[in-house]
Design a binder for this molecule. Structure first.
Ligand code: SF4
Length: 401
């Protein structure tokens, strides 16, 4: 039994030969061509999953979730392995062949489809200064200033004019530090939209709880709150967010649980994708222990984000940018790129408000796409490492739908 093709875009399957040699072994990975079409036909006749029957001939896996990002970047690249020599007596350790995804000269450009979610970056100030925060938010960071209610309303009115807008998103920094948030939220809900709020659930959030309860009761089921819990254990969470931040975040979850709103949690997926099931199990145990009715296995309830700063190709080796064919494959597999259906409003210190392509790149000048929403609906070239790491290879999204 040799199994599936190696996701390299060819129907070949593989076996390895361990050949004794002087002082060790030669390891040869051998490709095997066989009647893949016949095997696929037999699978279909046996009523086995179509995805896998297709994989036998396409050589592409229907799902890449268990693969490390470096291997995802190799999707569709025909594999070739030189013979390897392993000399155990010389203390030689066995090392898996290194993967070198080809560099991408011209990353794809994606067209804008329709505006479904309009995000507002409410300012880079935060009551915390978390390790690895992708926008370096802190109590002193005011590179992105508080968006005012007037700015919010003018962009929202423009956005509603397109007829496809369903939701507004509020992010930061810590959105509950923005003094106009209550008015913005009430205005959006009053306009019949849904709202998604990201928060660390600490003091600024707690101060807002009374008005949040009122709005949630007035507009049941229309608010989604996502509380950041970087890890399901206090030590790991506080190592990133600071001492004394775990218990209050849990208290925020318990305070929100009885309200008529949708409660979700944002976590960090530090390990390899294959470890995700174990991580979700640890969150599930925590939620159960806290009496929280949250499904840790539902990716829209426990939203796990890949670490943005690390590379799996070894120290300093960035993941390649997305290849056009790989983007096409990922979208066929169900990837829904944020920059096709969302835009975000930001305001840099000393500048006018503007629109950026997505939530992940608020300060990247080449992702600033317009002074108005209409202007911003232009194609975006996916030439930032986040495009590969978070979206195309990572398969993550700031608003999984
Ligand atoms: S980071 Fe993701 S959403 Fe943002 S521009 Fe790149 S691919 Fe699009």
């Amino acid at each position: 039994m040799i199994g599936l093709p190696a996701n390299d875009g060819t129907p070949r399957v593989w076996f390895s030969l361990l050949l004794p040699r002087e002082g060790g072994f030669e390891i040869r990975h051998q490709a095997l061509d066989y009647d893949a079409a016949g095997a696929a036909r037999a699978m279909r006749e046996a009523g086995l999953p179509e995805d896998y029957a297709l994989t036998l001939t396409s050589g592409l896996w229907p799902n890449l979730d268990i693969l490390p990002l470096a291997e995802r970047a190799m999707t569709g690249i025909p594999l070739a392995f030189p013979p390897l020599f392993w000399k155990p007596r010389e203390g030689g350790s066995w090392r898996a062949p290194e993967l070198h995804p080809p560099p991408v000269a011209t990353p794809p450009e994606v067209a804008f489809a329709r505006l479904e979610t309009l995000w507002f970056h409410l300012g880079s100030r935060c009551n915390l200064a978390c390790t690895g925060c992708y926008v370096e938010s802190s109590p002193h960071n005011d590179r992105l200033v508080f968006i005012s209610f007037e700015t919010f309303r003018s962009f929202l009115d423009e956005g509603r004019g397109f007829g496809s807008l369903r939701r507004v998103g509020f992010t930061g920094g810590e959105p509950f530090l923005n003094p106009d948030l209550e008015a913005m939220l009430a205005h959006a809900l009053g306009a019949g939209l849904e709202a998604l709020l990201l928060t660390n659930g600490l003091a600024p959030f707690r101060r807002a709880l009374p008005w949040l309860e009122r709005l949630a009761s007035r507009h049941p089921g229309r608010i989604t709150i996502r509380i950041s819990l970087d890890a399901p254990e206090a030590t790991a969470h506080e190592a990133l967010r600071g001492k004394g931040t775990f218990a209050p975040a849990l208290a925020a979850l318990r305070a929100l649980a009885p309200l008529p709103l949708r409660l979700t949690v944002a976590g960090r997926r530090a390990g390899a994708p294959a470890e995700e099931a174990g991580l979700r199990a640890r969150y599930a145990a925590l939620f159960a222990a806290e009496g929280l009715d949250l499904d840790a296995y539902d990716p829209t309830v426990l939203v796990l984000f890949p670490e943005l700063g690390v590379s799996e190709l070894g120290e300093g080796a960035p993941l390649p940018l997305p290849r056009p064919d790989l983007l096409a494959l990922r979208e066929r597999q169900g990837l829904s790129l944020m920059c096709r259906r969302e835009r975000m409003v930001v305001q840099r210190k000393g500048a006018e408000p503007e629109v950026v392509a997505c939530t992940l790149l608020p300060e990247e000048p080449r992702f600033a796409v317009g002074a108005t929403l209409t202007e911003s609906f232009r194609p975006v070239r996916l030439d930032h490492p986040h495009c590969a790491r978070f979206c195309v290879l990572g398969g993550a999204s700031c608003d999984p739908v």
